[in-house]
Design a protein. Sequence first.
Length: 242
Amino acid sequence: MEDFKVKCVDLQGINEDYYTLNKVYEVKGGQILANVGLSLGENLENIEDVNRFSASRFELVVDKPSFKVRCVKSVSKWFVTGKEYEVVGGFLKDETGTNYNCYGGCDSLETLNRCSFNQFELVEEKMFSKSDLKTGMRVETRGGYECMVLIGTPTGDTITGEDMWFGMQELTEDLKYKSYGKNSDCDIMKVYNPNCNREYHHFTPTEHNLVWERTLPLTMTISEAQSELSKLKGKEVQITKE
């Protein structure tokens, strides 16, 4: 049973001791965690179950996406043109973690620019590629092999380790191995930089900085997908074949 969050939107004149208007509550293990420290309800799997159980009314809380923006036009002292900021949970933050609450609720660049006299642009995250690899970097493959990157050797650019080695011409730009099809043991999954010169000749994870890690797709069964969508929509969702 998955946990989720709900927000009280109407007390309906009762349950004042248990809930507070506009407060967010967690539903864990099928029970809602109320004000008085009590776990109320049983087998609450979605927002419909919560509203059937309680006389008060709730709405599902969906986490807002996080993204980075760059200020392109500043008209206040709080922002600097050309400086990057992060939007987390609907709030604009600077690099110190300061919350600019006046921008709460912004879940996209469009809503941020609508509610601000300052103007921002989206900062696109650059994908790490084969051309970013440098001599001395360490890589970890899908098969768990640890190798070093060597650029410009007499035999060409190479990925080499104690138990695995191959020419970099075998890699695609997104660091996947060409020859063995999907999900090869030779696919690059992580890239590290040594943080001091003595670490070039051996690999100590604590002495290397992780500079890139491949993001794996989320996999789930049809029943799991239906459950997640039902929570998101607040009502039962059924997936059908096209």
